[in-house]
Design a protein around this ligand. Structure first.
Ligand SMILES: Cc1cc2nc3c(=O)[nH]c(=O)nc-3n(C[C@H](O)[C@H](O)[C@H](O)COP(=O)(O)O)c2cc1C
Length: 261
């Protein structure tokens, strides 16, 4: 089991890093209890060479390998490719994810067209001073879902400017344990093959959108190569879900596609 945490705060001893470290400790303990081998890595995005998306659309139209920016984005993508599950952790800045996180979402936006992370689990989390977290979590959820991830849950931690380590430990013991448990179970039980309603609906909306694309487009070729344009294909991976659930979700997807696209 290979889990990766992306931490978008520059503060390596900050609130977000502290929460992630607690989750890692719980994951380690769970892996030991269940006799599972666990590889865990934390990527501090602030340490990485990340240029801002220029909006040239080359990744969309010609493929991500043609991106004119030469930096650490392919390395981050490769780390996620190698993971079974990820934690995407950001501090809240002015009601949303911080700039580093948003830039990573923008730089990987081609994955909204070509959901390369299907079959993997993700747990978005944010830390915040005191305000609500739903806006920032929505930003993360929306991106991760359209990239193909199975969303295991979400969490927001209210921590002020910088919560002392001892207080983090006493206040968030049970909440971080719950995050670890959900992620652990989801990865071990391969829950990504048991899609949620929303994942099935998103797949149908995307399928309808790409079926209408010009056949010579990069995205169309990708969807075709995966077999996802075939009308009988109901999800990125063979779904373990009841036929009724799949059929109903696809019906909702047809209606949603009319409204959204
Ligand atoms: C530029 C900036 C903007 C912030 N905006 C908000 C905000 O809108 N609402 C809030 O409650 N806290 C806000 N905060 C506080 C952080 O969200 C909070 O302290 C967070 O846990 C910091 O995480 P870190 O220590 O991992 O960087 C902001 C902090 C900074 C530096």
């Amino acid at each position: 089991m290979n889990i990766l945490a992306l931490v978008s705060s520059y503060r390596k001893k900050g609130n977000t890093a502290r929460i992630v470290q607690m989750i890692v400790a719980h994951l380690d303990a769970m892996a030991e209890r269940h006799n599972e081998s666990l590889t865990f890595e934390t990527l501090y995005l602030g340490d990485m060479d990340l240029q801002m998306c220029r909006g040239c659309r080359t990744c969309f139209d010609q493929g991500e390998e043609k991106c004119p920016l030469k930096d650490d984005i392919p390395a981050i993508k490769a780390k996620i490719d190698a993971a079974d599950g990820i934690i995407f952790a950001s501090p809240v800045y002015v009601d949303d994810v911080n700039g580093i996180a948003k830039n990573v979402l923008d730089r990987l936006a081609y994955l909204c067209h070509r959901p390369g992370f299907a079959g993997k689990c993700a747990f978005p989390l944010v830390t915040v001073g005191s305000s609500p977290t739903h806006h920032a979590l929505r930003t993360l959820n929306g991106a991760l879902l359209t990239w193909g991830f199975h969303l295991v849950g979400q969490a927001g931690f209210k921590m002020g400017a910088l919560m002392p380590q001892a207080e983090v430990g006493s206040r968030f013991q049970s909440e971080t344990a719950k995050v670890a448990e959900k992620l652990f179970r989801a990865v071990v039980q391969q829950q990504a093959q048991r899609p949620s309603w929303i994942s099935l609906i998103v797949f149908k909306v995307q399928q309808l959108a790409w079926q209408r694309e010009p056949p010579d487009s990069y995205d169309y070729a990708y969807w075709k190569a995966q077999g996802w344009l075939d009308p009988s294909c109901t999800f990125y991976v063979q779904p373990r879900a009841s036929r009724v659930k799949v059929a109903l979700a696809r019906l909702v997807g047809v209606v949603a596609a009319r409204v959204l696209t």
